[in-house]
Design a protein around this ligand. Structure first.
Ligand SMILES: Cc1cc2nc3c(=O)[nH]c(=O)nc-3n(C[C@H](O)[C@H](O)[C@H](O)COP(=O)(O)O)c2cc1C
Ligand code: SF4
Ligand code: SF4
Length: 266
């Protein structure tokens, strides 16, 4: 099989997943690389064309050991027909649990044929200087590993006469997938420090679920917020915060207990 076009389809609020897919694509060395960014709410209404003679890299972040929920209906807008795919999850150095298997199962249901899978590490959405969790990752080493992964996939795909030759890949994870009690996080959301905010609109434009509206102050729909931290990380004034005490307790615990550097699995 020839590899001319590579498509990167991802949900990536804080952009670490996107960076990993870009690294893999570089290693693949395809002539054409196209992005299908499923991060913003418009992705809910955009139907993608059928994909056939191309390799699609599907990437999502891990939320509570699973595929980030918001990504699922957006991935389901992709059309595939035995399209070779690479499934990639990115997690914040705690654990990816059943997310990679779940993403692979979603890909199969959509008509993709996963030829490879990997779990990479990205700076945790809740990381800060005081509570470091994979800060600065993916770093140079991670990107080098992503490229290496990409060149291995190229060799594998080019060695196949047709996708029918591929066998189902074995990925870590269990069914039924882990299902954590989220009640402690219900209606918790990022908020704005009104005295620091300049109403620039950056947070509103980057929120993956349209939870932010700018009026005379920044308003947040607490029910819609998925706590992705895109607004917190992108606010030029540091005016978006997640400082709920229950969340703080969880973040402190994760930061304290998951300091040992995890390495990509692929
Ligand atoms: C709500 C939420 C839940 C998360 N759950 C996990 C988790 O279970 N394990 C983990 O290691 N990281 C977890 N993370 C961290 C993300 O997987 C990590 O920050 C990832 O790099 C985000 O991808 P993105 O930059 O593409 O948005 C979580 C982040 C958020 C916002
Ligand atoms: S990005 Fe920050 S400064 Fe800009 S509107 Fe949002 S909270 Fe205000
Ligand atoms: S309001 Fe919530 S969902 Fe929207 S960007 Fe901020 S943390 Fe993410």
């Amino acid at each position: 099989m020839k590899l001319n076009t590579v498509k990167l389809a991802y949900f990536s609020p804080t952009k670490t997943t996107m960076k990993i897919l870009e690294g893999i694509a570089e290693g693949l060395g395809a002539e054409t690389v196209q992005h299908i960014d499923l991060t913003l709410p418009e992705a809910d209404a955009t139907r993608q064309d059928a994909m056939q003679d191309e390799l699609v890299l599907l990437g999502v972040p891990v939320y509570e050991g699973r595929v980030a929920k918001t990504a699922i209906p957006r991935l389901q807008r992709l059309k595939a027909d035995k399209t070779p795919a690479v499934v990639v999850v990115v997690y914040g150095n705690r654990a990816f649990e059943d997310a990679l298997l779940e993403l692979s199962d979603i890909a199969w249901e959509l008509g993709f044929f996963p030829v490879a899978g990997g779990a990479f590490i990205g700076e945790h959405a809740f990381a800060s200087e005081t509570r470091p969790m994979a800060n600065g990752r993916p770093d140079t080493e991670d990107i080098a590993k992503a490229k290496e992964f990409g060149s291995g996939i190229r060799a594998k795909v080019e060695g196949m006469a047709s996708i029918d030759e591929a066998s189902r890949i074995d990925l870590p994870g269990d069914t039924p997938y882990i299902d954590r009690d989220r009640s402690a996080l219900a209606e918790k959301a990022a908020r704005t420090l009104d005295e620091t905010c300049t109403l620039c609109g950056t947070c509103e434009s980057l929120c993956p679920v349209g939870a932010i509206t700018i009026e005379d102050v920044v308003k947040t729909d607490n029910l819609a917020c998925i706590l992705c931290n895109a607004c917190v990380k992108s606010c030029p004034e540091g005016a978006r915060v997640v400082d709920d005490p229950t969340i703080n307790k969880i973040v402190n615990w994760v930061s304290k207990n998951y300091q040992a550097r995890q390495e990509p699995l692929r």
